[in-house]
Ligand binder design. Structure first.
Ligand SMILES: NC(=O)c1ccc[n+]([C@@H]2O[C@H](COP(=O)([O-])OP(=O)(O)OC[C@H]3O[C@@H](n4cnc5c(N)ncnc54)[C@H](OP(=O)(O)O)[C@@H]3O)[C@@H](O)[C@H]2O)c1
Length: 163
């Protein structure tokens, strides 16, 4: 299982149930990785998508504790046990796509994290664990800094040595 996220310099990921940055190159990278594969999101992240709808061309698994929760074209699970029962049937890559609660919950089960590091400090309310200081996680690829004119950013890959 892999994790994918865009973070600011403080590993901030979100504010007001929205992303901190809308960087076209990062959106393209996210799409390249996840289309045709399986994504796992928390209920709040699902509801942050346009019209609260699942992302197209991917299997969307949504985690919630609400046993009455319904969403068309999503697979709903209520615990990590239920999640693992569901994903063992898939041959596709499985990406943990946030938000903060779900990154923390599933980080120990991920072998790789694709982190887009944005060289900015946003006014974040939600954060993911800082993988530079997280036991077992090591920077594997430190991408070249790119710019979109507004932000400098780079695509980094971390590996979980405990997996
Ligand atoms: N920068 C990025 O790459 C990125 C990516 C994705 C999201 N985000 C941002 O992250 C923020 C949302 O993160 P968040 O932490 O507020 O919400 P979240 O992780 O998306 O969803 C939290 C919800 O997940 C469910 N949940 C959590 N732990 C569970 C467990 N053990 N078992 C069953 N269900 C569980 C609960 O749903 P119920 O309340 O329904 O029970 C909980 O309210 C937004 O700002 C979003 O834009 C950023």
């Amino acid at each position: 299982m892999k994790l994918i996220a865009a973070v600011d310099k403080n590993w901030g990921i979100g504010k007001d149930n929205d992303l901190l940055f809308h960087i076209k190159e990062d959106m393209r990278f996210f799409k390249e990785k996840t289309v045709g594969n399986v994504i796992i999101v928390g209920r709040k992240t699902l509801e942050s998508f346009p019209a609260s709808k699942p992302l197209p061309d991917r299997k969307n698994i949504v985690i919630t504790r609400d046993t009455d929760y319904k969403c068309d074209d999503c697979i709903i699970v209520h615990s990590t046990d239920e999640l693992f029962e569901v994903i063992k049937n898939y041959k596709e890559n499985v990406y943990v796509c946030g938000g903060a609660e779900i990154y923390s919950l599933l980080l120990p089960y991920c072998d790789t994290a694709y982190i887009t590091k944005v060289d900015a400090i946003a006014d974040a309310q939600k954060f993911m664990p800082n993988l530079d200081e997280f036991d077992g996680w090591k920077l594997d690829t430190d991408g070249e800094t790119q710019t979109n004119g507004k932000y400098n950013f780079k695509f980094c890959t971390y590996k979980n040595e405990l997996q």
